[in-house]
Design a protein around this ligand. Structure first.
Ligand SMILES: C[S@@+](CC[C@H](N)C(=O)[O-])C[C@H]1O[C@@H](n2cnc3c(N)ncnc32)[C@H](O)[C@@H]1O
Length: 283
């Protein structure tokens, strides 16, 4: 018999532990003890919606075959923190633009400027990058030559990102010039990103724990903000070790300030700018 809304049993300690191990091993997510009830509510909701008899039956189901994989995707959409906003990290964004301007001045932009936004959530981050980069190209009088790959583990977030529709409230941090230039109001209170800007971005599902298996072209910029904080430190190091191999010589990895302070790699040197945490790949 399916569960009734008012009679959700609690995850016992063993069940809680098993879910924590599964989530951490598959997507690196750590569930703190104070998040136990959040986890329980989300899992219980799926158990009820799918009419399973309890947590254990659902736990077994989610690990088997294609239906299990599809259900897993639905569940993680409900569990991951997707908080984001346009122009969220102004110093990191400005740093990327200054790097682009430097290369334009040096005329070293052969093959264009390739950027990867990891953990892009619902798209505000890559669209902010795209607006800024496009503005830089326009200001310099050069034809825009850049592309952005934007990835996330949440399929639902990526779907929203591809739709590129945001409420007026979401646009609060965007300048009027950028709104007029890059958005159209498609219904009262809802704005869509200009299709030209959308075409600059390729959204794709990538789990940061599977980076080693992912083929990517070498990048000029790898932009990873407010994502590493959700992982254990040893995993953050592994992820960064892998990411720096994906940079072009002279490419730059930009992470969130303080997201990992004690990391270094023989492939990169820290950029001497204390407003950002960035690493330059040696030539
Ligand atoms: C707090 S949001 C940050 C969004 C954006 N980077 C920003 O700074 O506004 C974290 C994002 O990381 C994604 N994420 C969490 N675990 C991930 C994983 N294992 N692989 C890829 N993305 C992951 C989440 O789905 C979420 O969209």
């Amino acid at each position: 018999m399916g569960w009734q809304l008012q009679s959700v049993p609690e995850l016992d300690d063993d069940q809680f532990e098993r879910w924590c191990v599964l989530l951490e091993s598959r997507i690196g997510m750590q569930v703190a003890p104070h998040q136990r009830s959040f986890l329980q509510i989300q899992i219980a909701r799926r158990v009820r919606e799918l009419k399973f008899t309890g947590f254990d039956e659902y736990f077994d189901y989610i690990q088997k075959g294609i239906p299990g994989l599809m259900e897993w995707r639905q569940l993680i959409d409900r569990l991951v923190v997707r908080e984001t906003s346009f122009f969220r990290e102004p110093d990191s964004l400005e740093f990327v633009c200054s790097e682009l301007r430097r290369r334009m001045a040096e005329r070293s932009l052969e093959g264009g400027f390739d950027v990867w936004s990891l953990g892009c959530a619902t798209g505000e981050e890559p669209y902010s990058l795209a607006m800024e980069l496009n503005n830089c190209f326009e200001a310099s009088g050069l034809a825009p030559q850049f592309s952005i790959t934007a990835s996330d583990v949440s399929q639902q977030a990526l779907q929203q990102a591809k739709e590129a529709v945001y409420s007026s409230r979401k646009l609060e941090k965007i300048s009027q010039e950028n709104i007029q230039r890059y958005f159209s109001e498609i219904e009262p209170g809802f704005w869509q990103v200009d299709s030209g800007l959308q075409q600059r971005i390729c959204f794709t599902a990538i789990n940061l724990l599977d980076l080693a298996k992912v083929p990517m072209v070498p990048m000029d910029i790898i932009y990873c903000q407010n994502v590493l904080i959700y992982f254990r430190r040893w995993r953050r190091r592994e992820i960064l070790d892998e990411l720096v191999t994906r940079l072009k010589p002279g490419g730059i990895l930009v992470i969130g300030m303080g997201e990992l302070v004690d990391w270094s790699s023989s492939l990169v040197t820290r950029v001497a700018d204390n407003r950002v945490q960035a690493y330059l790949r040696c030539e």
